[in-house]
Structures are given as structure tokens and as C-alpha cells.
Ligand binder design. Sequence first.
Ligand code: NAD
Ligand code: TYD
Length: 352
Amino acid sequence: MTILVTGSAGFIGSNFVLDWFAGHDEPVVSLDKLTYAGNRANLGSLDGDERHTFVHGDIGDSPLVAGLLKQHQPRAVLNFAAESHVDRSILGPEDFIQTNVVGTFHLLEAVRAYWCTLDTPHKVEFRFLHVSTDEVYGSLAPDAPAFTENNPYQPNSPYSASKAASDHLVRAYHHTYGLPVLTTNCSNNYGPYHFPEKLIPLVIRNALAGEALPIYGDGQQIRDWLYVKDHCSAIRRVLEAGNVGETYNVGGWNEKANLEVVHHICDTLDQEAPRSDGHSYREQINFVKDRPGHDRRYAIDATRLERELGWKPAETFETGIAKTVRWYLDNQGWVENVVSGAYREWLSRQYS
Ligand code: NAD
Ligand code: TYD
């Protein structure tokens, strides 16, 4: 048995693959285009491990994907590959349409063709698991109940619109062709290997570099935060026991305003790596222009996943942030390697 994982060199994909081998010997074929967000070194500990095959390529490259499916005969395809950063989608949406919509379409087509070649028992057991986001549901009023799987899709950014489109394609491939799909819609992740353009790793990196900690608008936008390894355990559980055709919301029951998150990181760093002048990292906070169309609040109701599949997050926000800060302190070489010239160009474009 084998699984094919796309986007495996990115933040969540690499955590997923590394965690997979902590509990399984089942081989993984990894497919990643290695965009700015993909880092081969995230999977470096698997070099020479015959359970793991890394392939550099695009989910939209139909002949490549068809060849991989034919050669490795996976029992499941897990699709993490995407352009994933909202701010980049605002400055340049085209890559988001290309990978998240067109790429997912080509991947689904290749998977459907492969699935049709399987014998009945393998056809029944096969799964296509699509990893998606809570952002497809749009923005919540302060007192509105958290998103359930029945909320209508109301995406507001080019990123969330492109993810919504991919979710709809996945749903249609089940409804129309019978492809055995599963979809997960998860809240904001944080943890090891998170590219430092997203809020939490950016704040940790900038704090330690003595740079400003940019807070968009009033910093009162709310997100639900989930430690990445809890997301990975949810995906494994859904793959193992999810009902075909269903979607599952994944969340941490941790709604926090951005400013509260940043204060918490600063306070943790004050304890773990105090500034040489003895001042708090909170002094580096800088309120900047708000993101256009900024969603005010996301909140996830993960009751279905708990009730039907018995999944619960293992980490609280406090324990997850403590682990994350420790990882970045212990892996500053990783951060140095990913913050290239292109990264600095992005920062100056976004924050100037
Ligand atoms: P990421 O940006 O860190 O990684 C994405 C990976 O996909 C990168 O390794 C990149 O090289 C690869 N990739 C991009 N285009 C590709 C293509 N055309 N073909 C093959 N590989 C390609 O993203 P992430 O945070 O790890 O997110 C993974 C998935 O989880 C995405 O689908 C995202 O929408 C979803 N998600 C993310 C979060 C979050 O908080 N980060 C929350 C919920 C859902
Ligand atoms: P981000 O990590 O980009 O995730 P998403 O937009 O997918 O939720 O941002 C999380 C929140 O933090 C979001 O409300 C935007 C805000 N934010 C800032 O205030 N400053 C920043 O520099 C960044 C990157 C994000």
C-alpha cells in the first residue's frame, strides 16, 4: 500500500509526511512544485529512507501525475498543494487560480482516470482527500455561531475563492463520477516549518531580528488557531474512517484576536529569549494599514469530527505556542535558509 501526498514540502504537508512515518511504514510518494513556500529541506530527515519517494513537479502536469499513479498504485491521494497566502492572493491572484483551481482540476482528472482502472475492491477502498480551509465560509459577526459543515460558502479573498472553487470541483467529482472523496476545512494552523510570511512565524522571526511586528488595522480580527500536528492527526483520522463524500471541519476551539496572539508570543519570548536591553518584545508592535477586504472573524465548530470520528486536538493554544516558539528558537538556521532575497522583496512590497 502507498499514499500520494501533494504539497508535501510545504508547512502542513511536510508535518503530515514526517508524522506519518512516526506511526506507519506505509510508503509515501511526495509531489511538490517547490514554489517559494516549498522547502525540500523540510523532508531532509527522510533522505535515503526507502519508504519515501520525493518527486519535484506540478499537480497540474497531467502526464507526470498519471505516470506516478500508474507506477505507484496508491490507495489514496491527499491534496495539500496550493498557493496559501491571502496577502499574496490580493497582490497577484493568478497563481492561485492556476494551482488551486486549474491544478486541482487536472489532478482530479488524472485521479479519476486512474481510479477507473482499479478493480472493484480497490475502487471501493480508494480515497481522494482534499485539504481545505475555513476561509471558504467567509467572515462571521462577533456573536454568530461558529462555522459548521452546513454553512454556505461565501469566500471573500482571491485565496478563499480559489479554495472554494477547488472544494466544489472535488464535491462534483464525487457526485457525478462517484470518486470517493473526503474534504477537510481547517482553521489557522501554526507550528514547525511554517513559512515566516504568516502571522505567527513572522512575529517570532521579526521579534528575534529586532524588527517591527506588523498588526493590520486594530488587531481585533479573530481566528481559530490549531497546532499543525493536531491538523495532521485529524487528516489521518478522516482518511481512516471518514464517510465518503463528507466534509469535516477541523478546529482548535481557540478563538483569539490577532493582538492577543501577538502579545502571547511576545510574553513567551520575553521568558525564553529575553531582549538584551531587558525590554519586552511588545515594544516592537507596530499597527499598519489593514488588509483590503480583511475577514473579521473565523470560528470552527468541529463537533462532527469529534462526535462521528472521535477526534480532538491534543494541544491547547498555550502548549502549542510554547512548542512553536521553542522550535523556532532551536531552528534559527532553518529560518535563515528560507528568508532569501525574494522573501525580503516580499516584505518590502507588502509592508513598505
Ligand atoms: P504552504 O504554502 O506552506 O505549502 C504549499 C505547498 O504546495 C508548497 O510546498 C508548494 O511548493 C506546493 N505547491 C504549490 N503549488 C503547487 C503545484 N501546482 N503543484 C505541486 N505543489 C505545489 O501551505 P500550507 O500552509 O502547508 O497549506 C497546505 C494546504 O492546507 C493548502 O491547501 C491550504 O489551503 C490548506 N490550509 C492551510 C491552513 C493554514 O493555516 N496554513 C489552514 C487550513 C487549510
Ligand atoms: P495569516 O497568518 O496571513 O492567515 P489568514 O489571513 O489566512 O488568516 O494572518 C492571520 C491574521 O493575522 C489575519 O487576520 C491577518 C493578520 N496579520 C497581521 O495582522 N499582520 C501580518 O503581518 C500578517 C501576515 C497577518
